[in-house]
Design a protein. Structure first.
Length: 219
C-alpha cells in the first residue's frame, strides 16, 4: 500500500483528535513541514528571522506611524535626510559616495546612535505639532501642559491614552498594564531632572523609548 493511502486509512480508523498538541521545542534546525509545537497556546516559529529595518523602512515606518511627511522625519542641518546621511550606519548601502555595495553582516557601533537620532527627530516633529496645534493633535491629544511646561495631571486618562497610542503605532499591539504604567511613571523621573519643560521632555522620552525599542526597529 502506498504511504499516503496507509496514512489515510489510519486516520479513518483512529479518528482525528481536536486536542492541542503537547509542547515540543522543535529547535532552529527543525525540518520544514513539521507541525509546530505549542507553548502556552502559541505556536513557536520554526523560522525565527528578525531583521533590522534599515534606513528606508525605518524612516517610512516612522512617517506612517507618527503621521508625518516622509521628508520631515529627520533632516541633518535641516536639509540632508537622515536615511542618506546615516544610511550605511543603519544597514544601507552607498555605492556612489563611499563605494559601499553590500550591507554589513552586523550592525556597527554607531547604529544605535543613528537610530536614536532618527527616532528622536521624528518624535520632536510630532510633539511640536501636537503641542503647538492641540486641536489637531495626533498622539498627545488632550494632554494638558501648565504655563511652566509641566503635565497638568500625569494620572489623567489622556496621558494613559497617549501612551497607548504610541505603543499601538510602534508595536502594532496594545501595551500591557505594566508597560503603560511604567511609561506614565517615567514623568516623575523626568520631572526630577529639573528639565525646563518636563511635560515636553516626558513626551520626548516616552516616544524615544517606544520607537527605538527592539520591537519597533526589527521586523
Amino acid at each position: 500500500m502506498r504511504p499516503e493511502r496507509l496514512l489515510l486509512t489510519c486516520l479513518l480508523l483512529t479518528g482525528c483528535s481536536d486536542k492541542i498538541p503537547t509542547a515540543v521545542d522543535l529547535g532552529p534546525d527543525a525540518n520544514p513541514g513539521v507541525t509546530p509545537g505549542w507553548d502556552g497556546g502559541v505556536a513557536k516559529s520554526q523560522k525565527g528571522n528578525l531583521r533590522f529595518k534599515g534606513p528606508e523602512r525605518l524612516s517610512l515606518d516612522l512617517a506612517q506611524a507618527l503621521e508625518l511627511p516622509a521628508s520631515s522625519v529627520c533632516n541633518e542641518l535641516g536639509q540632508y535626510p537622515c536615511q542618506t546621511v546615516h544610511g550605511v550606519a543603519l544597514g544601507g548601502v552607498d555605492p556612489y559616495q563611499h563605494s559601499v555595495y553590500e550591507t554589513a553582516p552586523v550592525t556597527g557601533a554607531t547604529t544605535p546612535i543613528a537610530v536614536e537620532r532618527t527616532v528622536l527627530s521624528a518624535c520632536n516633529a510630532r510633539i511640536a505639532l501636537d503641542v503647538n496645534t492641540p486641536a489637531a493633535a495626533v498622539v498627545f491629544k488632550d494632554v494638558v501642559l501648565t504655563a511652566d511646561g509641566k503635565l497638568a495631571d500625569s494620572a489623567s486618562p489622556a496621558v494613559a491614552t497617549a501612551v497607548t497610542s504610541l505603543v499601538r503605532r510602534a508595536w502594532l499591539r496594545d501595551p500591557t498594564r505594566g508597560e503603560r504604567d511604567t511609561l506614565v511613571r517615567l514623568y516623575d523621573q523626568v520631572q526630577a531632572t529639573s528639565a525646563a519643560t518636563p511635560g515636553v521632555a516626558w513626551m520626548q522620552a516616552v516616544c524615544l523609548a517606544v520607537f527605538s525599542s527592539a520591537e519597533a526597529v526589527f521586523y
